[in-house]
Design a protein around this ligand. Structure first.
Ligand code: UD1
Length: 422
C-alpha cells in the first residue's frame, strides 16, 4: 500500500485544471445500459471508481473501449448478465445505479446491496420504494436486491429525502416506463442536470432537472449519446481550499461558481478572495483566515463532500467555528487525525467545534475515506515538517493526478511505497 508524503509550508501559486466530474461520470456510465446503441462519455477522470464501473459494464456484456480522443465508448448491444455482484458493489456504492437502467430495459436486475461504509450506514430504501412505485416487484435476499417488471409504469414518486443516487436511479428507470413519472423532492445537484441532459440527448423527455420536481415522459427506446462530463465541483472546491489554506495565489481553471454556491460565500466570509474570470476562479488570501460556521445540506447548500476539506482550512483560522454534518452520520473520521497534527477540535454528535491554532505539525496519519484522505493532504500542506498519509487507495477512488497537480503549484508532495522511509 502506498502513502503520500508532504513537506508542508509552501504557498501554492500558478494555474491548475479541474478534471471531469467523478460523480457526474458514474451515472452516465450506467445510463449506457438503457440503450443498445453506442455511447461516448468524454472527459471522465482517470480514477479507480471509473475503472470499477467499466469492469462492471463489461461483466454485463457491454463492449468498452477508448476512442483515443478522451472518450470512453460503451456499447451494451445485448446484455449477457443483469447482475451487479457484491465484490464490485462493495467497493463502490454508485454501482447500485445499475438497478434502475437494467430493470427498465430488460425487466430484470439483481444488484448487491452496498452495505455499510466508513461514513455511515447509507441505506437504499429510497431507491427501492421509488422503483416499487414504478411497478417493479422487489425482493431482497442473500445480500442482493432483485427487481422485476415487464414494463415499468410511470407514477408520482415522492422522495422522503432528496437523495442524489435515488433521483438518478429513478430518473433513468422512468425514461423507459409507460407514461408520466413525477419525482418530487428530487435532488438538485449539478450532476442530476448533467444526467438529464444526457438522457434527453438519448431521446428521453425530461423536464425540471435542477429543481425539486422532475417530470419524465417515458419512451419505448433510447438511442446513444456523445457527451462531455461537467467539471468536478468537489475537486474544484478541494483545489480552491488547497490554495487558501497555504495563503497562495492560484487560478483554478474549470471551477464553476454556479456549481459552488454553497462553498464560495463561506470562503469569502473566511477572508478568501475569489474572482471569477476566463472559465475559472482566481483564489488568494489577502489578510489571513478567520473562523466561519457551516452546516452541510443538499445542493445548493454546503456540500458534505467538502466538509472535511473546509475543516482542515478552519484548523488554522482565527477564532472558533462550528461545523454541523447533516447528511451522513459518521463523517468526522478525519477529526482524530487532524487532532494528531495539533488541531483543536471537539465533536459533539453531528457537530464539531474547531478552535484555530497557530500552526499544525506534520505527523503520520491514516486516510479513512475519500474526502477525509484529501483533507489530511491539505492539512499536510500547511503543517510544519513532514506529513505521511497512509491508505491512499481511498484518495485514488476520486482524485485524478492530485500529487502532480499540487506539485505543479509548488507543493512538495510525493507518493511512495508503504514501508519506505521518506
Ligand atoms: C452522492 C455522492 C456522494 C455525496 C452524496 C451527498 C455519487 C456517486 N456520490 O452519494 O459523493 O456525498 O451524494 O451529496 O454521486 N439515504 C437513505 N436512503 C436511500 C438513499 C440515501 O437513507 O435510499 C441517505 C444516505 O444514507 C445519506 C443521505 O441519504 O445519509 C444522502 O445520500 P445520497 O444523496 O443518496 O448520497 P449518494 O447518492 O449515495
Amino acid at each position: 500500500m502506498e502513502k503520500i508524503v508532504i513537506e508542508g509550508g509552501r504557498a501554492l501559486r500558478g494555474e491548475v485544471p479541474v478534471s471531469g466530474s467523478k460523480n457526474a461520470g458514474l451515472p452516465l456510465l450506467f445510463a449506457t445500459l438503457l440503450t443498445s446503441e453506442r455511447c461516448v462519455v468524454r472527459g471522465l477522470p482517470h480514477v479507480r471508481d471509473m475503472t470499477t464501473s467499466l469492469r462492471l459494464l463489461e461483466q454485463m456484456g457491454a463492449r468498452v473501449g477508448d476512442d483515443g480522443s478522451n472518450g470512453m465508448v460503451v456499447e451494451a448491444r445485448t446484455l449477457a448478465s443483469t447482475e451487479a455482484p457484491y465484490d464490485l458493489v462493495k467497493t463502490m456504492r454508485a454501482s447500485f445505479l445499475a438497478l434502475g437502467p437494467l430493470v427498465a430495459r430488460t425487466g430484470h436486475a439483481r444488484v448487491s446491496t452496498p452495505g455499510g461504509c466508513a461514513i455511515g450506514s447509507r441505506p437504499v430504501d429510497i431507491h427501492l420504494s421509488g422503483l416499487e412505485r414504478l411497478g417493479a416487484s422487489i425482493r431482497q435476499s442473500h445480500g442482493y436486491v432483485e427487481a422485476e417488471a415487464s414494463r415499468l409504469q410511470g407514477a408520482p414518486v415522492p422522495l422522503e429525502f432528496p437523495s442524489v443516487g435515488a433521483t438518478e436511479n429513478l430518473m433513468m428507470a422512468a425514461t423507459l416506463a409507460r407514461g408520466t413519472t413525477t419525482i418530487e423532492n428530487a435532488a438538485r445537484e449539478p450532476e442530476i442536470i448533467d444526467l438529464a441532459d444526457t438522457l434527453i440527448a438519448m431521446g428521453a423527455t425530461i423536464d425540471g432537472a435542477g429543481t425539486s420536481t422532475i417530470t419524465i415522459e417515458g419512451v419505448r427506446e433510447l438511442g446513444g449519446f456523445d457527451h462531455v462530463v461537467i467539471p468536478d465541483r468537489i475537486e474544484a472546491g478541494t483545489l480552491i481550499i488547497a490554495a487558501a489554506i497555504t495563503g497562495g495565489d492560484v487560478f483554478v481553471r474549470g471551477a464553476r461558481p454556479d456549481h459552488l454556491q454553497g462553498l464560495l460565500p463561506k470562503l469569502e466570509e473566511a477572508g478568501v478572495s475569489l474572482e471569477a474570470r476566463d472559465g475559472g476562479l482566481a483564489v488568494s488570501v489577502p489578510a489571513g483566515l478567520k473562523a466561519v460556521d457551516l452546516r452541510t445540506a443538499p445542493f445548493p447548500g454546503f456540500p458534505t463532500d467538502l466538509q472535511a476539506q473546509f475543516m482542515a482550512l478552519m484548523t488554522t483560522a482565527r477564532g472558533r467555528s462550528v461545523m454541523i454534518e447533516s447528511i451522513f452520520e459518521n463523517r468526522f473520521m478525519h477529526v482524530q487525525e487532524l487532532v494528531r497534527m495539533g488541531a483543536d477540535i471537539k465533536i459533539d454528535g453531528n457537530s464539531a467545534a474547531v478552535r484555530g491554532v497557530s500552526h499544525l505539525s506534520g505527523a503520520q496519519v491514516m486516510a479513512t475515506d475519500l474526502r477525509a484522505s484529501v483533507c489530511l493532504v491539505l492539512a499536510g500542506l500547511v503543517a510544519s515538517n513532514t506529513t505521511e498519509v497512509s491508505r491512499v487507495y481511498h484518495l485514488d477512488r476520486g482524485y485524478e493526478r492530485l500529487e502532480e497537480k499540487l506539485t505543479a503549484l509548488g507543493a512538495c508532495v510525493r507518493r511512495v511505497p508503504a514501508g519506505s522511509t521518506p
